[in-house]
Design a protein. Structure first.
Lengths: 440, 474
């Protein structure tokens, strides 16, 4: 039941570091500590906690920073030899990452992962963390996922993707995103997505941070991801912490190969100074979370209460006037006090779901009486729904416009990606968009 | 960490280069408190211990012994290089890195490119190879030269095509100083146009800089520092033109202008050398800012030009820095990018600036900047945590913008004025290897480049509909 994290590129390494920090500090002084530590860390010969992680980047600065930061904190550290970096970087070029760096360093990377995997008593699965906008996380990440799929055909491989700000961090981010998603869709068991824009808004509007740095954004993502990956009691785990978290997540949510995009939201999120003055109730939290799901609001502010599920027989594929978010499947994870008294019937309403899965099969519930990260009660919803349809459509549309003028294409062709490859990727993603759009 | 090699050609190239090395040493001295030869230093300097055998190269992590610049200095007359070697920077250069001749190129592109280009080819390749071999991982060649003269323009572009041939995988970023209209070299239009063709064909990106803009900026700063407004005292060492604190003594003429260009180069490489929350390597510059291979002219602008001595820096000042980067007073060529079309734009921020400040300013400025239809959010950003000397933060903007078109058109006009009368043409045609067709091909190359920019400009006013998407059979 151990998870091996494969951290790829600057973003992957930075976010994964925050994730390990969150799971470590959350687990302290809690009954779930042993299970949590076993999942993400192991003890080395000096008795130190070492992360089950492989750090990969094509330039050394970020990894060096990560290693020294972990070593300095004195709480946990990265393995001495669990990292691999080069000097030059991938130049924000997906083709450079996928066609040049990936194959060139394949053996070393596979070896590093193999060592971590063999150290696990029982492998729950691999979590590859990366961004889609740059060159290494996206290109090398796609290539590495392919290799891992070949070597571990029966293990669960989840990809956690960070989508960039819509108003540009990297000019060719849409190309890189399209190529990455198209390739990962066939290889990954499930794709967990976080958007920088959403995390940024959470920082500014819910956490009241004035000068938001990437570190703040990454902490928000890590908090949400941590609330999913910390030990929990599931329907199949029979009273003990689940020994197959990734597998259960995949089987709960990614039940059809055409639908693999998962979004998540966690409530409550507030400045830590306010937590002591707030009281939470399960009915209140669940009501908000349900409406956030239905109206496709990614955070607990500005929720549109007018949106309602369509009445039984009035289902159609038309989108006009309806901003209702249809789900394929939902996973609700509740952590904290009085969790057994929480009433989750609202999420089993068949009106929320597409018609070809019964709501019993579409809805799963995990619980843990242990609180998470200073919040007395917290609820996370991981959904396979139309929530990511709009950003995905936007991304593909922009990339397509750029492709129509053939801008920047020569940079990709230099490394071996042809126009055909682009067209194939566009086709795959249009297919995904079409599938999600027709969920009803 | 990657290394870069600076190749400085001609009088202007060497003078700017000299300022660059001075400021680079100053910057590293400011940041590197322990005297250790770290990765950041190694990107531009070698660490040599002359007591050790076999050339004495020391690896990263040890103490600094002698720093040698990763540079190749080329000039066809001895004056400038000799001056450098007699000045305080003499320790930084090895005699093996220099190539000089005595007679100069007589402001004649053909002499520089053809005569010296072929005569010194072997030697130049040799010196470049040596510099490259000293590098663990060579990422980029920076070529510094002027366009108006003979050596920088002619021999410089010959070196450029050499770099492409011998080191095809290494990025070539060229800083070209364009002559102003009142240039005292009569044949500067010929030299510039002949060199432009080479730049369009062989460079990965070009950072054009106009002398006139540098003069304007220097004057602006001088006015600011002499004005008697209370509270407007400029902080010491903080101007983009100041070279105080470096090795050289009192400033010489042109030093102020050359410092600006030197600062440009320092800021471009800052994110590759120092850490930050959003890094940007040099190969990412070409990747993001060059959508079509020939349109690689990136207009630079630097802010702030100076820092006032107020200790408190309210957020309004930070926003002002972003606004200034797009104003025509801060561009390093005489152009107004706000009224032309942006193909792509890079913002390289240094110092204590967070991603929220960056995003706020992009959102604020975006509506007033016209971007090409297929790149509406064409921003490339980077955050480096180490600020430049004397400032708490700074911004370098590189714009791939059609505002270079008027500059090129003006250059073409000056060329045509001379060429129509065949003035001074015989000086060029006398040189062995030079033919009239070079002129006509060069002007054709420039015309087609101008035409490409023109086509893009034409799309500015029109509302371009989105390309129809692929439709999936359901």
């Amino acid at each position: 039941m151990s998870v091996v994290t494969v951290q790829l590129g600057q973003c992957g390494n930075q976010v994964a570091h925050e994730l390990l920090d969150v799971v470590w500090s959350d687990a302290q002084k809690k009954p779930s500590r042993a299970a949590s530590c076993e999942r993400f860390f192991h003890h080395n010969t000096h008795g130190e906690l070492v992360a089950r992680a492989v750090l990969i980047d094509m330039e050394p600065k970020v990894i060096n920073q990560s290693l020294s930061r972990a070593a300095k904190c004195g709480r946990w550290r990265y393995g001495e030899d669990s990292h691999f970096s080069q000097k030059q970087g991938s130049g924000n070029n997906w083709a450079n990452g996928y066609c040049v760096h990936g194959p060139r360093h394949r053996d070393v990377v596979e070896e590093l992962v193999r060592r971590e995997v063999e150290r696990c008593d029982r492998l729950a699965g691999l979590l590859a963390m990366m961004s889609v906008a740059g060159g290494t996380g996206s290109g090398v990440g796609a290539y590495v996922t392919q290799c891992l799929r070949d070597i571990y055909p029966t293990s669960f491989i989840l990809n956690h993707l960070t989508w960039p700000y819509r108003t540009g961090e990297v000019i060719v981010q849409n190309y890189n995103s399209v190529l990455t998603l198209a390739h990962l869709y066939q290889l990954s068991d499930a794709i967990l997505v976080h958007e920088n824009d959403t995390a940024h808004r959470i920082c500014s509007q819910l956490l009241n941070i004035k000068h938001i740095s990437f570190s703040d954004v990454n902490k928000v993502i890590a908090h949400q991801l941590g609330s999913v990956l910390q030990p929990a009691l599931t329907a199949d785990s029979h009273g003990v912490y689940s020994r197959n978290p990734l597998g259960e997540l995949v089987s709960a949510l990614a039940c059809h190969p055409e639908y693999k995009l998962l979004s998540m939201c966690t409530i409550p999120q507030m400045p830590s100074s306010s937590i002591a003055y707030s009281t939470f109730s399960w009915p209140g939290l669940l009501k908000h979370l349900r409406q956030m799901l239905i109206s496709n609001t990614k955070m607990e502010e500005g929720i549109d209460w007018q949106v309602r599920p369509p009445a039984g027989s009035g289902r159609s594929t038309s989108l006009t006037g309806s901003s209702f978010n249809t789900s394929l499947a939902n996973l609700l994870i509740l952590r904290g006090k009085d969790v057994y008294s929480a009433e989750t019937g609202g999420f089993e309403d068949p009106a929320l779901y597409t018609s070809w899965l019964s709501s019993k099969e579409a809805f799963s519930l995990w619980k843990s009486p242990v609180s998470f990260n200073k919040y007395e009660k917290s609820a996370t919803l991981v959904s396979n729904s139309q929530a990511l349809l709009s950003p995905l459509d936007d991304m593909v549309g922009k990339a397509w416009n750029m492709f129509a003028s053939r801008a920047y294409i020569h940079q990709y062709m230099k490394y071996g990606i042809s126009e055909e490859d682009f067209l194939d990727s566009f086709t795959s993603l249009e297919q995904v968009i079409s599938s999600y759009r027709q969920l009803c | 960490m990657t290394q870069s090699v600076v190749v400085q050609v001609g009088q202007c190239g060497n003078q700017v280069g000299c300022r660059f090395w001075d400021l680079a040493l100053r910057e590293h001295a400011h940041v590197n408190k322990k005297g250790l030869y770290d990765e950041a230093l190694s990107s531009f300097f070698r660490n040599v211990d002359s007591r050790k055998s076999a050339g004495g190269a020391c690896g990263v992590g040890g103490r600094i012994q002698h720093l040698k610049a990763r540079a190749v200095l080329v000039d066809m007359e001895e004056g400038v290089v000799k001056e450098i070697l007699q000045g305080p920077l003499r320790e930084v250069f090895d005699s093996a890195q220099l190539l000089t001749d005595v007679s100069g190129s007589g402001n004649n592109w053909a002499v520089g490119h053809m005569t010296y280009g072929s005569a010194y080819r072997e030697q130049i390749v040799d010196k470049l190879r040596k510099a490259a071999e000293h590098c663990d991982c060579l990422q980029c060649f920076f070529l510094i030269h002027s366009m108006g003269g003979g050596t920088g323009s002619g021999l410089g572009t010959s070196v450029l095509s050499l770099l492409e041939e011998e080191f095809p995988d290494v990025c070539r970023i060229v800083t070209s100083i364009y002559p102003s209209a009142e240039d005292d070299v009569i044949t500067s239009p010929y030299n510039s146009i002949l060199a432009m063709r080479e730049l369009t064909e062989h460079a990965d990106c070009v950072l054009p800089v106009e002398n006139q803009s540098l003069v304007d900026i220097v004057n602006k700063i001088k006015i600011m520092s002499h004005s008697a407004k209370p509270g407007s005292v400029i902080k010491r060492d903080s101007t983009v033109i100041s070279g105080q604190g470096g090795l050289s003594g009192p400033e010489k003429p042109f030093d102020a202008m050359n410092n600006i260009v030197a600062n440009l180069l320092l800021n471009i490489t800052s994110s590759a050398r120092f850490e930050g929350s959003l890094n940007m390597d040099l190969n990412e510059i070409a990747m993001n800012l060059v959508p079509f291979p020939r349109l690689h002219y990136l207009v630079p602008s630097l802010t702030p030009l100076y820092t006032l001595a107020d200790v408190s820096v309210p957020t309004r000042r930070l926003d002002q820095m972003f606004s200034d980067a797009f104003s025509k007073d801060h561009q390093l060529i005489r152009a107004d990018p706000k009224h032309s079309l942006y193909l792509a734009c890079a913002l390289m921020v240094r110092g204590n600036v967070q991603v929220s400040d960056l995003r706020r300013n992009i959102e604020r400025l975006r509506p007033s900047l016209p971007f090409v239809s297929w790149n509406q959010e064409g921003w490339k950003t980077s955050l480096c945590s180490v600020p430049p000397v004397g400032h708490s933060h700074s911004l370098l903007a590189l714009a791939n913008n059609t505002c270079v078109k008027p500059t090129f058109m003006e250059l073409r006009e000056r060329f045509t004025k001379l060429y129509r009368k065949k003035a001074h043409l015989h000086h060029y045609l006398h040189v062995e290897g030079m033919e009239q067709s070079f002129f006509s091909e060069a002007i054709d190359s420039l015309s087609s480049l101008i035409e490409e920019y023109h086509q893009l400009d034409a799309t500015k006013a029109r509302l371009i509909p989105d390309a129809p998407r692929l439709s999936i059979a359901t």
